[in-house]
Ligand binder design. Structure first.
Ligand code: NAD
Length: 415
Protein backbone atom coordinates (compact mmCIF):
# COMPACT_ATOMS: atom_id res chain seq x y z
CA UNK A 1 0.00 0.00 0.00
CA UNK A 2 1.34 3.46 -0.87
CA UNK A 3 2.54 5.44 2.14
CA UNK A 4 -0.03 7.98 3.36
CA UNK A 5 1.10 11.58 3.18
CA UNK A 6 0.98 13.41 6.54
CA UNK A 7 -2.30 15.15 5.74
CA UNK A 8 -4.00 11.91 4.74
CA UNK A 9 -2.64 10.39 7.94
CA UNK A 10 -4.12 13.19 10.05
CA UNK A 11 -7.46 12.77 8.27
CA UNK A 12 -7.39 9.03 8.95
CA UNK A 13 -6.80 9.67 12.66
CA UNK A 14 -9.74 12.05 12.65
CA UNK A 15 -11.95 9.49 10.86
CA UNK A 16 -11.29 6.89 13.59
CA UNK A 17 -12.26 9.40 16.31
CA UNK A 18 -15.33 10.48 14.33
CA UNK A 19 -16.50 6.86 14.53
CA UNK A 20 -15.85 6.61 18.27
CA UNK A 21 -17.66 9.90 18.90
CA UNK A 22 -20.45 9.15 16.36
CA UNK A 23 -19.85 12.56 14.74
CA UNK A 24 -22.49 13.63 12.27
CA UNK A 25 -21.22 13.77 8.65
CA UNK A 26 -21.34 17.59 8.45
CA UNK A 27 -19.23 18.13 11.56
CA UNK A 28 -16.81 15.44 10.40
CA UNK A 29 -16.50 17.09 6.97
CA UNK A 30 -15.72 20.51 8.49
CA UNK A 31 -12.97 18.98 10.63
CA UNK A 32 -11.40 17.10 7.71
CA UNK A 33 -10.13 20.18 5.86
CA UNK A 34 -8.33 23.40 6.80
CA UNK A 35 -10.54 26.42 7.29
CA UNK A 36 -8.23 28.66 5.28
CA UNK A 37 -4.82 28.57 3.62
CA UNK A 38 -2.58 31.05 1.89
CA UNK A 39 0.14 30.29 -0.70
CA UNK A 40 2.65 33.05 -1.27
CA UNK A 41 5.56 33.70 -3.65
CA UNK A 42 8.53 35.34 -1.98
CA UNK A 43 10.95 37.13 -4.35
CA UNK A 44 14.26 37.69 -2.56
CA UNK A 45 17.31 39.67 -3.69
CA UNK A 46 20.19 37.24 -3.10
CA UNK A 47 23.65 38.40 -2.03
CA UNK A 48 24.96 37.94 -5.61
CA UNK A 49 22.35 40.41 -6.92
CA UNK A 50 20.04 37.85 -8.54
CA UNK A 51 16.37 37.41 -7.61
CA UNK A 52 15.16 34.05 -6.36
CA UNK A 53 11.49 33.25 -5.78
CA UNK A 54 10.66 31.02 -2.79
CA UNK A 55 7.28 29.45 -2.00
CA UNK A 56 5.62 29.90 1.37
CA UNK A 57 2.42 28.75 3.06
CA UNK A 58 0.28 29.59 6.05
CA UNK A 59 -2.56 27.28 7.01
CA UNK A 60 -5.26 28.10 9.57
CA UNK A 61 -6.89 24.77 10.28
CA UNK A 62 -9.66 25.63 12.74
CA UNK A 63 -10.21 28.74 14.88
CA UNK A 64 -13.40 27.79 16.68
CA UNK A 65 -11.68 27.87 20.08
CA UNK A 66 -9.59 31.00 19.47
CA UNK A 67 -6.96 32.54 17.19
CA UNK A 68 -4.88 29.95 15.38
CA UNK A 69 -1.36 29.22 16.55
CA UNK A 70 1.54 27.21 15.19
CA UNK A 71 5.15 27.32 14.11
CA UNK A 72 6.78 28.34 10.84
CA UNK A 73 9.18 25.79 9.36
CA UNK A 74 12.01 26.55 6.92
CA UNK A 75 12.77 23.29 5.13
CA UNK A 76 13.79 22.18 1.61
CA UNK A 77 11.21 19.32 1.71
CA UNK A 78 8.32 21.41 3.03
CA UNK A 79 4.98 20.65 1.36
CA UNK A 80 1.50 22.08 1.73
CA UNK A 81 0.27 18.69 2.99
CA UNK A 82 2.86 18.63 5.80
CA UNK A 83 1.77 22.12 6.82
CA UNK A 84 -1.92 21.11 6.69
CA UNK A 85 -1.29 18.04 8.85
CA UNK A 86 0.76 19.99 11.39
CA UNK A 87 -1.96 22.66 11.53
CA UNK A 88 -4.56 19.96 12.24
CA UNK A 89 -2.37 18.48 15.00
CA UNK A 90 -1.94 21.95 16.53
CA UNK A 91 -5.74 22.30 16.66
CA UNK A 92 -6.04 19.06 18.65
CA UNK A 93 -2.99 19.83 20.83
CA UNK A 94 -4.29 23.25 21.91
CA UNK A 95 -7.70 21.74 22.66
CA UNK A 96 -6.14 18.95 24.72
CA UNK A 97 -4.25 21.36 27.00
CA UNK A 98 -7.39 23.49 27.00
CA UNK A 99 -5.89 26.77 25.87
CA UNK A 100 -8.18 29.19 24.00
CA UNK A 101 -6.42 28.81 20.66
CA UNK A 102 -6.97 27.05 17.37
CA UNK A 103 -4.37 25.36 15.18
CA UNK A 104 -2.24 26.80 12.41
CA UNK A 105 1.14 26.22 10.78
CA UNK A 106 3.38 27.86 8.23
CA UNK A 107 6.35 26.98 6.11
CA UNK A 108 8.77 28.16 3.45
CA UNK A 109 10.43 25.78 1.01
CA UNK A 110 14.11 26.70 1.44
CA UNK A 111 17.37 25.38 2.82
CA UNK A 112 18.33 27.84 5.55
CA UNK A 113 21.82 26.29 5.76
CA UNK A 114 22.51 27.63 2.25
CA UNK A 115 21.32 31.18 3.02
CA UNK A 116 23.42 34.01 4.43
CA UNK A 117 22.13 35.90 7.48
CA UNK A 118 21.11 38.78 5.20
CA UNK A 119 19.19 36.47 2.84
CA UNK A 120 17.52 34.78 5.80
CA UNK A 121 16.45 38.14 7.21
CA UNK A 122 15.05 39.33 3.84
CA UNK A 123 13.17 36.02 3.43
CA UNK A 124 11.70 36.26 6.95
CA UNK A 125 10.60 39.88 6.47
CA UNK A 126 9.16 39.23 2.99
CA UNK A 127 7.13 36.31 4.34
CA UNK A 128 5.54 38.66 6.89
CA UNK A 129 4.90 41.32 4.18
CA UNK A 130 2.96 38.68 2.22
CA UNK A 131 0.95 37.17 5.09
CA UNK A 132 0.44 40.41 7.06
CA UNK A 133 -3.32 40.61 6.37
CA UNK A 134 -3.73 37.01 7.38
CA UNK A 135 -1.99 36.90 10.79
CA UNK A 136 -2.16 39.04 13.95
CA UNK A 137 -2.31 38.80 17.75
CA UNK A 138 -6.08 38.20 17.62
CA UNK A 139 -6.04 36.13 14.47
CA UNK A 140 -3.07 33.83 13.97
CA UNK A 141 0.15 33.77 16.01
CA UNK A 142 3.23 32.04 14.53
CA UNK A 143 6.17 30.59 16.51
CA UNK A 144 9.52 28.92 15.82
CA UNK A 145 9.68 25.37 14.46
CA UNK A 146 12.13 23.36 12.37
CA UNK A 147 15.10 25.59 11.42
CA UNK A 148 13.47 28.82 12.60
CA UNK A 149 15.02 30.59 15.57
CA UNK A 150 14.32 33.34 18.11
CA UNK A 151 16.27 35.69 15.80
CA UNK A 152 13.93 34.88 12.90
CA UNK A 153 10.93 35.45 15.21
CA UNK A 154 12.42 38.85 16.15
CA UNK A 155 12.78 39.94 12.49
CA UNK A 156 9.24 38.77 11.77
CA UNK A 157 7.79 40.58 14.79
CA UNK A 158 9.71 43.72 13.83
CA UNK A 159 8.44 43.61 10.24
CA UNK A 160 4.85 43.08 11.39
CA UNK A 161 5.19 45.98 13.88
CA UNK A 162 6.59 48.29 11.16
CA UNK A 163 3.64 47.64 8.86
CA UNK A 164 1.17 47.96 11.74
CA UNK A 165 2.83 51.23 12.78
CA UNK A 166 3.18 50.14 16.41
CA UNK A 167 4.93 47.47 18.46
CA UNK A 168 3.04 44.18 18.20
CA UNK A 169 4.97 41.83 20.49
CA UNK A 170 2.00 39.46 20.77
CA UNK A 171 1.97 38.57 17.06
CA UNK A 172 4.68 35.94 17.44
CA UNK A 173 6.00 33.77 20.28
CA UNK A 174 9.41 32.22 20.87
CA UNK A 175 10.98 35.68 21.03
CA UNK A 176 14.16 36.41 22.99
CA UNK A 177 13.58 37.56 26.57
CA UNK A 178 14.64 41.17 25.88
CA UNK A 179 11.72 41.69 23.46
CA UNK A 180 8.82 39.95 25.15
CA UNK A 181 9.86 36.30 25.45
CA UNK A 182 8.71 34.29 28.48
CA UNK A 183 10.81 32.72 31.21
CA UNK A 184 10.43 28.96 31.40
CA UNK A 185 10.16 28.36 27.62
CA UNK A 186 13.52 26.60 27.21
CA UNK A 187 12.69 23.55 29.30
CA UNK A 188 8.88 23.74 28.91
CA UNK A 189 8.58 20.70 26.65
CA UNK A 190 10.60 18.44 28.94
CA UNK A 191 8.99 19.87 32.08
CA UNK A 192 5.46 19.38 30.73
CA UNK A 193 6.40 15.80 29.81
CA UNK A 194 7.65 15.14 33.34
CA UNK A 195 4.41 16.45 34.87
CA UNK A 196 2.61 13.77 32.82
CA UNK A 197 5.15 11.11 33.85
CA UNK A 198 4.68 12.12 37.50
CA UNK A 199 0.91 11.56 37.21
CA UNK A 200 1.40 8.26 35.38
CA UNK A 201 3.87 7.10 38.05
CA UNK A 202 1.24 7.79 40.75
CA UNK A 203 -1.32 5.81 38.76
CA UNK A 204 1.02 2.82 38.42
CA UNK A 205 2.57 2.99 41.91
CA UNK A 206 6.09 3.87 40.70
CA UNK A 207 8.21 5.92 43.12
CA UNK A 208 10.04 8.46 40.93
CA UNK A 209 12.77 8.86 43.52
CA UNK A 210 15.33 6.32 42.37
CA UNK A 211 13.20 5.22 39.38
CA UNK A 212 15.38 4.27 36.41
CA UNK A 213 15.19 6.34 33.22
CA UNK A 214 16.62 5.91 29.71
CA UNK A 215 16.48 8.81 27.25
CA UNK A 216 16.95 8.68 23.49
CA UNK A 217 18.16 12.05 22.15
CA UNK A 218 20.15 14.67 24.05
CA UNK A 219 19.11 17.92 22.39
CA UNK A 220 16.77 20.52 23.87
CA UNK A 221 14.06 18.04 24.92
CA UNK A 222 16.35 15.13 25.93
CA UNK A 223 18.90 17.12 27.93
CA UNK A 224 16.23 19.00 29.90
CA UNK A 225 14.33 15.75 30.47
CA UNK A 226 17.48 14.25 31.99
CA UNK A 227 18.26 17.29 34.10
CA UNK A 228 14.70 17.72 35.45
CA UNK A 229 14.29 14.00 36.10
CA UNK A 230 17.45 13.98 38.16
CA UNK A 231 17.09 17.32 39.96
CA UNK A 232 13.33 17.61 40.58
CA UNK A 233 12.23 14.00 40.91
CA UNK A 234 15.44 12.30 42.11
CA UNK A 235 15.25 9.70 39.33
CA UNK A 236 18.32 7.80 38.16
CA UNK A 237 19.22 8.50 34.55
CA UNK A 238 20.89 5.23 33.57
CA UNK A 239 21.29 5.78 29.81
CA UNK A 240 21.17 8.59 27.26
CA UNK A 241 22.05 8.82 23.58
CA UNK A 242 22.41 11.04 20.54
CA UNK A 243 22.89 10.44 16.81
CA UNK A 244 26.45 9.13 17.41
CA UNK A 245 25.48 6.48 20.02
CA UNK A 246 24.60 6.04 23.66
CA UNK A 247 26.10 5.75 27.16
CA UNK A 248 25.02 3.59 30.08
CA UNK A 249 25.75 3.61 33.79
CA UNK A 250 23.39 1.63 36.06
CA UNK A 251 24.50 3.78 39.03
CA UNK A 252 23.26 6.92 37.26
CA UNK A 253 24.70 9.60 34.96
CA UNK A 254 25.26 13.21 36.00
CA UNK A 255 23.01 14.98 33.44
CA UNK A 256 24.76 18.34 33.62
CA UNK A 257 28.24 16.79 33.32
CA UNK A 258 27.05 14.75 30.30
CA UNK A 259 25.73 17.96 28.72
CA UNK A 260 29.05 19.74 29.25
CA UNK A 261 30.87 16.72 27.76
CA UNK A 262 28.54 16.91 24.71
CA UNK A 263 29.18 20.63 24.27
CA UNK A 264 32.95 20.00 24.46
CA UNK A 265 33.20 16.88 22.28
CA UNK A 266 30.09 17.09 20.10
CA UNK A 267 28.48 13.92 21.52
CA UNK A 268 27.49 12.13 24.73
CA UNK A 269 29.62 9.11 23.73
CA UNK A 270 32.86 8.40 25.63
CA UNK A 271 31.52 10.12 28.76
CA UNK A 272 33.94 9.15 31.55
CA UNK A 273 32.69 6.29 33.77
CA UNK A 274 30.02 5.10 31.32
CA UNK A 275 29.74 2.04 29.08
CA UNK A 276 28.77 2.41 25.41
CA UNK A 277 25.27 1.30 24.36
CA UNK A 278 23.61 1.42 20.96
CA UNK A 279 20.46 3.45 20.35
CA UNK A 280 18.60 0.18 19.66
CA UNK A 281 19.71 -1.46 22.94
CA UNK A 282 18.89 1.68 24.92
CA UNK A 283 15.24 1.35 23.87
CA UNK A 284 15.09 -2.20 25.20
CA UNK A 285 16.65 -1.54 28.64
CA UNK A 286 14.79 -2.80 31.70
CA UNK A 287 13.94 0.65 33.08
CA UNK A 288 10.90 2.23 34.71
CA UNK A 289 10.68 5.12 32.24
CA UNK A 290 11.78 5.44 28.62
CA UNK A 291 11.80 8.97 27.23
CA UNK A 292 11.89 9.30 23.43
CA UNK A 293 13.36 12.68 22.52
CA UNK A 294 14.94 12.24 19.10
CA UNK A 295 13.25 10.92 16.00
CA UNK A 296 10.03 9.53 14.61
CA UNK A 297 9.42 5.78 14.10
CA UNK A 298 11.93 4.37 16.61
CA UNK A 299 9.53 1.89 18.23
CA UNK A 300 8.12 -0.29 15.48
CA UNK A 301 6.47 -3.67 14.96
CA UNK A 302 10.02 -5.12 15.04
CA UNK A 303 11.11 -4.02 18.51
CA UNK A 304 7.86 -3.23 20.37
CA UNK A 305 7.65 -6.68 21.97
CA UNK A 306 11.13 -6.12 23.47
CA UNK A 307 10.32 -2.83 25.23
CA UNK A 308 10.57 -3.39 29.00
CA UNK A 309 9.88 0.14 30.29
CA UNK A 310 6.67 0.58 32.28
CA UNK A 311 6.10 4.13 31.00
CA UNK A 312 7.09 5.45 27.56
CA UNK A 313 7.05 9.26 27.35
CA UNK A 314 7.04 10.64 23.79
CA UNK A 315 8.77 14.02 23.89
CA UNK A 316 9.54 13.59 20.18
CA UNK A 317 6.84 13.71 17.52
CA UNK A 318 5.75 10.35 16.09
CA UNK A 319 8.34 8.00 17.69
CA UNK A 320 5.93 5.02 17.87
CA UNK A 321 4.38 3.46 14.77
CA UNK A 322 0.66 2.49 14.84
CA UNK A 323 1.62 -1.21 14.75
CA UNK A 324 3.93 -0.74 17.75
CA UNK A 325 1.23 1.21 19.56
CA UNK A 326 -1.10 -1.80 19.49
CA UNK A 327 1.65 -4.14 20.71
CA UNK A 328 2.61 -1.83 23.60
CA UNK A 329 -1.04 -1.43 24.62
CA UNK A 330 -1.48 -5.23 24.67
CA UNK A 331 1.71 -5.58 26.76
CA UNK A 332 0.43 -3.01 29.26
CA UNK A 333 3.18 -0.45 28.54
CA UNK A 334 1.76 2.99 29.36
CA UNK A 335 2.53 5.33 26.43
CA UNK A 336 2.16 9.07 27.02
CA UNK A 337 1.50 10.17 23.43
CA UNK A 338 3.47 12.92 21.73
CA UNK A 339 0.81 15.57 21.42
CA UNK A 340 0.07 15.32 25.15
CA UNK A 341 3.64 14.69 26.34
CA UNK A 342 5.27 17.53 24.39
CA UNK A 343 2.43 20.08 24.71
CA UNK A 344 4.38 22.03 27.36
CA UNK A 345 6.06 24.03 24.57
CA UNK A 346 2.87 25.43 23.07
CA UNK A 347 1.41 25.97 26.54
CA UNK A 348 4.26 28.27 27.55
CA UNK A 349 4.05 29.97 24.12
CA UNK A 350 0.45 30.75 25.02
CA UNK A 351 1.68 32.12 28.38
CA UNK A 352 4.07 34.34 26.39
CA UNK A 353 1.09 35.76 24.43
CA UNK A 354 -0.88 36.35 27.62
CA UNK A 355 2.05 38.21 29.21
CA UNK A 356 2.51 40.31 26.04
CA UNK A 357 -1.18 41.27 26.06
CA UNK A 358 -1.03 42.32 29.69
CA UNK A 359 2.47 43.86 29.51
CA UNK A 360 3.34 41.91 32.62
CA UNK A 361 6.13 39.38 33.16
CA UNK A 362 5.46 36.32 35.28
CA UNK A 363 8.10 34.77 37.50
CA UNK A 364 9.54 31.38 36.67
CA UNK A 365 7.53 29.85 39.57
CA UNK A 366 4.28 31.27 38.13
CA UNK A 367 5.06 29.79 34.71
CA UNK A 368 5.87 26.38 36.21
CA UNK A 369 2.76 26.32 38.40
CA UNK A 370 0.45 27.23 35.53
CA UNK A 371 2.14 24.73 33.22
CA UNK A 372 1.73 22.04 35.86
CA UNK A 373 -2.01 22.80 36.17
CA UNK A 374 -2.60 22.52 32.41
CA UNK A 375 -0.48 19.41 31.85
CA UNK A 376 -1.88 17.58 34.87
CA UNK A 377 -5.46 18.32 33.82
CA UNK A 378 -4.73 17.24 30.22
CA UNK A 379 -3.09 14.02 31.41
CA UNK A 380 -6.05 13.07 33.59
CA UNK A 381 -8.61 13.97 30.90
CA UNK A 382 -6.72 11.64 28.55
CA UNK A 383 -6.49 8.86 31.15
CA UNK A 384 -10.24 9.15 31.87
CA UNK A 385 -11.00 9.02 28.12
CA UNK A 386 -8.78 5.96 27.75
CA UNK A 387 -10.80 4.14 30.42
CA UNK A 388 -14.18 5.41 29.21
CA UNK A 389 -13.69 4.39 25.55
CA UNK A 390 -11.34 1.47 26.29
CA UNK A 391 -8.70 2.85 23.91
CA UNK A 392 -5.00 3.58 24.27
CA UNK A 393 -3.81 6.98 25.52
CA UNK A 394 -3.05 8.26 22.01
CA UNK A 395 -6.51 7.59 20.68
CA UNK A 396 -8.02 8.98 23.86
CA UNK A 397 -6.02 12.21 23.51
CA UNK A 398 -7.45 12.69 20.01
CA UNK A 399 -10.97 11.89 21.17
CA UNK A 400 -10.80 14.31 24.12
CA UNK A 401 -9.40 17.08 21.92
CA UNK A 402 -11.84 16.58 19.06
CA UNK A 403 -14.77 16.38 21.49
CA UNK A 404 -13.79 19.84 22.82
CA UNK A 405 -13.46 21.34 19.33
CA UNK A 406 -16.86 19.89 18.37
CA UNK A 407 -18.47 21.27 21.53
CA UNK A 408 -17.18 24.74 20.60
CA UNK A 409 -18.48 24.34 17.03
CA UNK A 410 -21.92 23.40 18.33
CA UNK A 411 -21.92 26.30 20.79
CA UNK A 412 -20.94 28.76 18.06
CA UNK A 413 -23.78 27.38 15.97
CA UNK A 414 -21.50 26.15 13.17
CA UNK A 415 -23.13 22.73 13.24
P1 NAD B 1 17.27 18.78 18.98
O1 NAD B 1 17.66 18.93 17.56
O2 NAD B 1 17.68 19.79 19.99
O3 NAD B 1 17.77 17.35 19.52
C1 NAD B 1 17.59 16.14 18.83
C2 NAD B 1 18.47 15.08 19.47
O4 NAD B 1 18.22 13.83 18.82
C3 NAD B 1 19.98 15.34 19.34
O5 NAD B 1 20.63 14.99 20.53
C4 NAD B 1 20.39 14.39 18.21
O6 NAD B 1 21.75 13.99 18.30
C5 NAD B 1 19.47 13.23 18.50
N1 NAD B 1 19.36 12.31 17.37
C6 NAD B 1 19.30 12.61 16.05
N2 NAD B 1 19.29 11.47 15.33
C7 NAD B 1 19.34 10.46 16.23
C8 NAD B 1 19.36 9.05 16.10
N3 NAD B 1 19.36 8.46 14.90
N4 NAD B 1 19.40 8.31 17.23
C9 NAD B 1 19.43 8.90 18.44
N5 NAD B 1 19.43 10.23 18.62
C10 NAD B 1 19.38 10.99 17.52
O7 NAD B 1 15.68 18.62 18.95
P2 NAD B 1 14.66 18.82 20.17
O8 NAD B 1 14.16 20.21 20.16
O9 NAD B 1 15.22 18.23 21.40
O10 NAD B 1 13.46 17.91 19.63
C11 NAD B 1 13.49 16.50 19.73
C12 NAD B 1 12.11 15.98 19.38
O11 NAD B 1 11.14 16.57 20.25
C13 NAD B 1 11.62 16.29 17.95
O12 NAD B 1 10.78 15.25 17.51
C14 NAD B 1 10.78 17.54 18.14
O13 NAD B 1 9.81 17.70 17.12
C15 NAD B 1 10.14 17.23 19.48
N6 NAD B 1 9.64 18.43 20.14
C16 NAD B 1 10.51 19.33 20.68
C17 NAD B 1 10.02 20.49 21.27
C18 NAD B 1 10.93 21.50 21.90
O14 NAD B 1 10.40 22.45 22.52
N7 NAD B 1 12.24 21.35 21.83
C19 NAD B 1 8.62 20.71 21.32
C20 NAD B 1 7.76 19.76 20.77
C21 NAD B 1 8.30 18.61 20.19
Amino acid sequence: MAKLNPFEMSQKQLDICADILHLDPGTHAILRTPMRELHVSLPIRMDDGTIKVFQGFRVQYNDVKGPTKGGIRFHPDETIDTVRALAAWMTWKCALVDIPLGGGKGGIICNPKELSQGELERLSRTYIDKVFQFIGPDQDIPAPDVYTTPQIMSWMMDEYSKIAGKNQFGVITGKPMCIGGSVGRTDATARGGWYCVREAAKEFGIDLKGATVAIQGYGNAGYHAALLGQTIFGSTIVAVSDSKGGIYNPAGLDSQAVYEHKVKTGSVINFPGSEPITNEDLLELDVDILILAALEHVITGENATKIKAKIVAEAANGPTTPEADDILYEKGVHVIPDFLCNAGGVTVSYFEMVQNFNRYCWTEEEVHERLDERMTAAYHATLRGSKKYDVNMRRSAYVVAIERVVEAMQTHGWV
